[in-house]
Write a protein that binds this ligand. Structure first.
Ligand code: NAP
Length: 244
């Protein structure tokens, strides 16, 4: 059985590890987009780069005799998820989405929901002047006209337009609560912007913000394709593969 994992997340790597443990009865290929210069690689076979849209992915599934696809991409990687749904239907290959649940506010949180990065930029007015921006380097242009000071944390250096007053911090999760507390304190952060990525690896910033009374602008998730079964954990996804 050949399983394709569309990856780029902690959960995708964990799933590859779980499936590799099955040994030779299972061939597992993980696919990465190639956005990160030095990605953390999962165990097993890895291919890197786009497929050429839904049609290209459908061709790839047929050519490589894929028996099941797991879309374990980031909840904000909208295009590849819709491509996966179309390609799996075209190639008649079963598809499962592995999507970690979104974050939910708890007592003491001051969250401001927005629908896009552009809306997040507009929401800053009146919330704060020293912004901790954790939405990744790809959408930075949405903040290019913002007058506030920004601490931008990203894995690779941004190469798009940025706000004029920006300090870039190159780092990648998982992050610790102590580290996040220290970051907010040292940079006198008074507003945090995050995507609703979910998961534990980047959640400590939310706790640190709550403790410090820092408001959080939360970019809500884009729509996901309908009719695709969803697993919330790598273990659930591995069980789905075993059932096949
Ligand atoms: P996207 O907008 O949904 O996808 C854009 C294009 O990139 C796709 O059409 C596809 O190209 C290619 N692609 C995306 N994921 C791929 C994968 N796993 N394997 C092969 N090709 C892939 O995606 P994105 O938001 O740029 O994210 C790119 C990757 O980074 C994803 O794998 C995602 O899991 C990871 N990631 C994204 C975020 C985020 O906030 N968006 C955060 C952390 C990690 P073709 O059409 O040519 O096939």
């Amino acid at each position: 059985m050949h399983v394709l994992i569309l990856g780029g997340t902690t959960e995708a790597r964990a799933l590859a590890g779980l499936l590799e443990a099955h040994g030779s009865e299972l061939r597992v290929t993980s696919s990465l987009a190639g956005r990160v210069a030095q990605p953390r690689l999962p165990v097993g076979e890895v291919r890197i780069g786009g497929f050429g849209g839904a049609e290209g992915l459908a061709d790839w599934l047929r050519a490589h005799r894929v028996d099941a696809v797991i879309d374990a991409t980031h909840p904000f990687a909208e295009r590849i998820s819709f491509n996966a749904a179309r390609a799996a239907a075209t190639a008649h290959v079963p598809l499962l989405a592995l999507r970690r649940p979104g974050w939910v506010p708890v007592d003491g949180d001051d969250w401001h929901d927005v629908g896009s990065l552009e809306e997040a930029a507009r929401a800053l007015d009146g919330l704060g002047q020293r912004v901790f921006l954790t939405t990744g380097r790809m959408g930075l242009a949405a903040f290019a006209d913002c007058p506030q000071w920004f601490l931008v944390r990203s894995v690779d250096a941004p190469d798009t337009p940025m706000p004029p007053r920006t300090e870039v911090l190159l780092d990648r999760g998982p992050f610790t609560l102590d580290g996040e507390r220290e970051l907010l304190r040292r940079h006198r952060i008074d507003v945090l912007i995050t995507k609703d990525s979910g998961g534990a690896a980047t959640a400590p910033k939310l706790t640190a913000a709550r403790e410090a009374g820092v408001p959080v602008v939360v970019v809500r998730r884009p729509p996901a394709p309908e009719g695709v079964p969803v697993a919330a954990t790598p273990e659930e996804a591995a069980a789905w593969v075993r059932e096949r």
